[in-house]
Design a binder for this molecule. Structure first.
Ligand SMILES: [Zn+2]
Length: 91
């Protein structure tokens, strides 16, 4: 394991949901993703709608935003993440 890289001050974010990664939530199977996006047993990744829904929920809960604000933030943020950039290019 490369614990040093996870302690690096450069802000890493999950390439799927944009959540800041630290060694507590970084996926053990793929360090581009967090444990919320990747199932730690199967390695399965949540799909776009699932990630979007949990991102909206987290924004409401953690940042106290309204559902409308949270949806807008998710729709602005998610297309900037590497995982979904590739996806939209390939469609
Ligand atoms: Zn994630």
């Amino acid at each position: 394991m490369t614990d040093e890289s996870l302690d690096n001050p450069v802000a890493l974010v999950c390439e799927s949901c944009g959540m800041p990664l630290n060694k507590n939530i970084s996926s053990a199977l793929d360090n581009r993703y967090c444990i919320h996006c990747q199932n730690q047993q199967t390695g399965e990744l949540k799909n776009f709608e699932q990630v979007r829904a949990s991102s909206i929920q987290a924004t409401i809960t953690l940042l106290g935003k309204t559902p409308q604000e949270a949806e807008m933030m998710a729709d602005q943020m998610m297309p900037t993440l590497p995982r979904w950039q590739n996806k939209t290019r390939n469609i």
